[in-house]
Structures are given as structure tokens and as C-alpha cells.
Design a protein around this ligand. Structure first.
Ligand code: ADP
Ligand code: MG
Ligand code: ZN
Length: 591
């Protein structure tokens, strides 16, 4: 289905399957090969590149979906030099444009650009060049505003079109068209005019966002009917994915990151993603105190400061950029060895993109996310107004709370792909440590939490996540402690149970808005009534390494000769463990 005339995204494993657009010889084939080597100094095509190039040279409308850093630009740059006239390239950021122009200049490919920062004189020259039959430039980069808002430019384009000089239209980062994507740009909404006004010109939409709903939306907005969609696998096999528990103490959480960087990634480059501008400043300062050359990067910095940090990092003068998500598009440093998330991303798609800035050179790199309880709610307040914000955040939380399924397989569903353990090849923490996972019964714990919330509701008291955890742990006001069953679980475990109940619908978040801030409270979810039934039970997965030494070792000590077939229950900590891996064979005496 890959290159049939459909916009279906489904199977995408056929990266290496030779296809007729790759085998076939076209009138331009020699020229394409020669330009690849002579102009672009590349020895061979990466998967899908040649197929995309041939299809667009055949005049087809095409959507090309490839992970970042795989070489999408070549798929319009190379056809541009092999065609008469020029290729119009729509790009969302001036910095992206400048990078490309600089690169093209260095390889002697003529290119021009139009954006708000270009002076009048150059604009004139470029506008004249558009209708010059000698085509002084092969690529013309513009921001979407130009197309949406400049009548002069559009009429010039019309002239070029009539003179058969507009050879191709490339819309880079095409997902910016869709509100469902993660980078919506209002001006992209107006790009439909291109295909309506220049129907004969092939359009090439390019993106690293593979969600089929987003692509469908882009198709509509750009007025292309049934483009061919080429999708390469999103499986970045050289990236190792891992989730770590974030220390609830802020200082300690930064120390964890610092010692990781100082030990495992000595002298290597990386990114630490944080939640806010304030965090970017404070975390980078803290890392500096711990001997790491780290600089902050966020949207509120001067453009010069931003590009200075970017540049210093690219040239290895600083090692770590501590950044908000503003540090994203246009980053093309090949040797990023780690991307650490100090705070979880707001969705798995975002996480994939952000972490995907690691290992562009195809050498191994690590993507580590620190998962903390309170961060869930910080992000929750941020995404509460987004359509599916809450749902996507919970998927990210589920990714972090997962201890037994391959992390790749959890990501793959977001790209309509299936990657199995083979596709992971032990390159995620759960595949590597899957056998260290146990199932614990949390029914009683869930009932305790529900009881606290019922009591609170009857007193008209609202429970924030923190207050709920505190109350359950017996840290609340004394009057509560008498009326509720407090838990003996550690805070981390208590939090893990509460998160699990949220994910499974036994609890839910409830928001309250003031003009200044948004408050989050925990309320009973739709499944909470199920717990009234004595027969209802609830389990969750836990890593054994997390239980040891406190619980499991205790149980092992207590119960060494008394266990059931695969199931032991021990009253030492109110946990029920089902531990197939311990080869248990007798019932525990202490049950
Ligand atoms: P994308 O737009 O997909 O994120 P780019 O087009 O910016 O990626 O390319 C990323 C890097 O890959 C660039 O440095 C580019 O030179 C390199 N590249 C592209 N095609 C090839 C190829 N066939 N062989 C080797 N390197 C390539
Ligand atoms: Mg690109
Ligand atoms: Zn895996």
C-alpha cells in the first residue's frame, strides 16, 4: 500500500523492499545519480529517498513522512537541481531557511529566500528572478505568511507558473497545517491556495509527524486529493529508551541527572528538557555547580542569545543545553548522545520528537525520562484547554508507569506501526529487564484511597494530589487520621498507586479555574463504584528492583519455605506479590 495512490498510512515495514519507482529507469535517472554524488557529496540514497524523488519528478503529489534527521530535504533539493525553473519551499522558521541556504551555498546550489527580514533591494532581485527564464536560483524559500499575505508575491508566482518556471512546491513541516499536530501555525491553514491556483505543479508535503488524522487534515487544508504517502519506519533502532523515577526533592533530582551525565556521558553532548523557562534557568545553574558546562535555552531569551547557545553547543563549546520545547525544530547536531527529560513530555508524540534529537549519526544514544508524581499535574494544568490534551498526557504517564511492555511498542501505536521486541533488540529498559517485573494486588489500597475521597467529599473538602497522598500516608490533620486507614506504603509507592488509579479510571482529575491559576483536585472516577464489590480486584505491575530490598527481600526471608504456585501473600507490607520468577512452590505461612 506504500506507494499506491492512497493516503493510507498503514503498513510501513517495506523500507527495504525494492519498489518499481526505485528499479525503473527514468530519463532523469543518470542526472539524479550524478547530482547526488557531485553536488550533494553523498554516496548513496537512504531508504525511500530515491522513490520519493522519482515520484515527485513524475509529477505526483506526495506526502513524505520520515523521522527527523533522515534526510527529507534532499527529496526536494535534488529534484530542484534536476528540473527547469525553481522549486518553492515553504518553511515555518526563518532559522531553518537560513540553515538550508547556508548549506546549499556551501555546495554551490543557488537558492534564495523571502521573509520579513530581507531588505527591499534583495526582495526586488528575488522577485525578478522568479520570472527569469535563466532561473538564477533553483530553490526559493518562503515563510507561509508570504503566501497568505503578500499579493505582490502571489502575482509574481502566478507569472512564473504561466511561464512554466514554477517546477515544484515543497511544504516542509507540513503537519503545521493541522491543529491536531504539535506545531500548529495559523498561516499554514491558508496554503490551500497553492494547489488551487497552481494545480499542475506537483506538491511535496514533508513531515516527521505520522499521525494519520494529522495527515488527513493536512491533505484537506492543502487541497491535494489523494496524494501518494510514503512513510518510512519510525523505529530509531539506535536509541535506548529508559524511564527513571524522579526524586521528589528538587535538589536531589538534579543531582541524579548531574551524576548520570558526569559518569555515563563524560565529554559527550546532550539535551536536558525541562518544563518551564524558570526550570531551564535553575537546572542549568545547578548543573553548572556540578561541573557540567550547561546553558539554558527557552523562548523568552533574545534571539542572539538563543543562536549563541545553539551555536556553542553545535560546535562543542558547551556540552549540555537545558531547554524547554522551544529548542526543537532546526536542530541538526548529529552526535547528541543523550536526551534527558527532567520532566515528562505532554504526549508520547512530543516525547518521540524531543528524544529523537539524540543519535542522528546512527550511533547508540540514550533517551531517559525522569518521571515524577507532581509533574503530571503541572503539565495537566497546561494542557487542560487542549482538545485531547488530558488523554495524551495520560498516555505519556502510562508509558512511564509501564514496567513490562516494550517502550518501542508503546510508541509505535502512535505512528500506526507495529514494532515487536525484535524491532527493539533490547534497546529499552523493559525489554532488558522484563523479567524483573511483578504483579501486585492493589485492591485494598484502592479502597483506602476511595474512602479518603468519600470522606473528603462528605466534608465538602477538595483534595489536591498532594493533600490526598499526605492524608493517606497519615500526614494530614489529626481528625482525618482517626477516620481513615492510612497506608504503610512508601511515598513513591503510594504515588504509583494513585497514578495507576487515575490511569484506570478509578480516580479522575477535576479542574477549577481562577483568572490567575488552575487548580487540580482528585475526585472519584467512573470506575470507583466497582470497588464496593468484594469480588472486584485490581492489580498493577511493579519492578522488583523497586520493591527490593524493603519488601521482596523481607518476604524472601519470611517466606523462604512456604510459598504457593506462583503466588505469595505476605502480611509484612500489605502487598500481594505474584512472583513466577522465584520458583515458589509452597504457601506462605504468614498469610
Ligand atoms: P530531515 O529534514 O529529515 O530532518 P535533513 O534533510 O535535514 O533531515 O537531513 C539530515 C542530515 O542527513 C543532513 O545532514 C543530511 O546531509 C544528511 N543526509 C541526507 N541524505 C543523506 C544520505 N543519502 N546519506 C547520508 N547523509 C544524508
Ligand atoms: Mg527537515
Ligand atoms: Zn523494548
Amino acid at each position: 500500500a506504500q506507494s499506491s495512490s492512497s493516503s493510507s498510512l498503514k503498513p510501513s515495514k517495506a523500507d527495504h523492499v525494492m519498489n518499481k519507482q526505485e528499479m525503473q529507469h527514468f530519463p532523469w535517472s543518470e542526472k539524479v545519480e550524478q547530482q547526488l554524488k557531485d553536488s550533494f557529496n553523498l554516496s548513496k540514497f537512504r531508504p525511500l529517498q530515491l522513490r520519493a524523488i522519482n515520484l515527485t519528478l513524475l509529477g505526483k503529489d506526495l506526502f513524505l513522512v520520515m523521522p527527523t534527521g533522515r534526510g527529507k530535504s534532499l527529496c526536494y533539493q535534488l529534484p530542484a537541481v534536476c528540473s527547469t525553473g525553481f522549486t518553492l519551499v515553504v518553511t515555518p522558521l526563518v532559522s531553518l531557511m537560513e540553515d538550508q541556504i547556508m548549506y546549499l551555498k556551501s555546495i554551490d546550489v543557488s537558492a534564495a529566500m523571502l521573509n520579513a527580514s530581507i531588505n527591499k533591494e534583495s526582495v526586488k532581485t528575488v522577485m525578478a528572478g522568479m520570472t527569469d527564464v535563466k532561473s538564477p536560483f533553483k530553490l526559493l524559500y518562503v515563510t507561509p505568511e508570504k503566501i497568505a499575505k503578500s499579493k505582490l508575491f502571489m502575482s509574481r508566482l502566478e507569472k512564473a507558473y504561466n511561464a512554466n518556471l514554477l517546477s515544484r512546491i515543497a511544504v516542509d513541516e507540513v503537519h503545521c497545517c493541522s491543529q491536531w499536530g504539535h506545531d500548529f501555525r495559523p498561516d499554514y491553514k491558508l496554503l490551500g491556495i497553492l494547489k488551487r491556483q497552481f494545480p499542475k505543479v506537483p506538491l511535496l508535503g514533508i513531515t516527521a509527524t505520522a499521525t494519520s488524522s494529522v495527515l488527513k487534515d493536512c491533505e484537506k487544508i492543502l487541497c491535494v486529493s489523494q496524494p501518494i504517502t510514503l512513510t518510512s519506519s519510525f523505529n530509531r533502532t539506535n536509541l535506548y529508551y529508559e524511564v527513571r523515577k524522579k526524586n521528589s526533592d528538587n535538589e536531589a533530582s538534579i543531582s541524579d541527572i548531574a551524576s548520570l551525565i558526569n559518569s555515563k556521558y563524560k565529554d559527550q553532548s546532550g539535551i536536558v528538557y525541562v518544563f518551564s523557562q524558570k526550570d531551564a534557568e535553575s537546572v542549568s545553574t545547578e548543573l553548572q555547580k556540578r561541573d557540567i558546562l550547561a546553558y539554558p535555552y527557552h523562548a523568552n531569551m533574545d534571539p542572539q542569545d538563543k543562536s549563541r547557545v545553539h551555536h556553542k553547543w553545535t560546535s562543542n563549546k558547551i556540552r549540555v543545553v537545558v531547554a524547554t520545547v522551544a529548542f526543537g525544530m532546526g536542530i541538526d547536531k548529529p552526535d547528541v548522545r543523550f536526551v534527558i527529560h527532567h520532566t515528562i513530555s505532554k504526549s508520547i508524540e512530543n516525547y518521540y520528537q524531543e528524544s529523537g534529537r539524540a543519535g542522528r549519526d546512527d550511533h547508540p544514544a540514550d533517551c531517559i525520562v525522569y518521571f515524577g508524581f507532581s509533574d503530571i499535574f503541572r503539565i495537566s494544568t497546561m494542557v487542560v484547554m487542549e482538545n485531547t490534551g488530558q488523554q495524551k498526557l495520560l498516555q505519556m504517564v502510562d508509558y512511564c508507569q509501564n514496567f513490562d511492555r516494550c517502550r518501542r511498542s508503546l510508541m509505535a501505536v502512535h505512528f500506526d506501526e507495529m514494532w515487536n521486541e525484535e524491532g527493539c533488540n533490547q534497546m529499552c529498559d523493559t525489554c532488558r529487564h522484563a523479567q524483573d517485573c511483578i504483579t501486585v494486588d492493589i485492591t485494598q489500597h484502592a479502597r483506602q484511597v476511595v474512602q479518603i475521597l468519600e470522606l473528603a467529599a462528605s466534608n465538602n473538602e477538595k483534595m489536591t494530589p498532594l493533600k490526598l497522598t499526605d492524608a493517606w500516608m497519615g500526614k494530614g490533620p489529626a481528625k482525618h487520621r482517626k477516620m481513615i486507614q492510612t497506608t504503610t506504603l512508601s511515598r513513591l509507592k503510594a504515588e504509583a498507586v494513585i497514578v495507576q488509579l487515575l490511569l484506570r479510571g478509578y480516580l479522575r482529575e477535576d479542574f477549577s479555574f481562577t483568572p490567575y491559576t488552575t487548580y487540580i483536585y482528585i475526585k472519584l472516577g467512573r470506575k470507583a463504584p466497582l470497588l464496593k464489590s468484594q469480588a472486584h480486584s485490581l492489580t498493577m505491575k511493579m519492578r522488583t528492583t523497586e520493591s527490593e530490598p524493603a519488601e521482596v527481600s523481607k518476604i524472601k526471608k519470611y517466606c523462604h519455605n512456604a510459598m504457593t504456585d506462583q503466588y505469595i501473600k505476605c502480611n509484612t507490607d500489605n502487598w500481594e506479590y505474584s512472583i513466577p520468577l522465584y520458583n515458589v512452590s509452597h504457601r506462605c505461612a504468614c498469610v
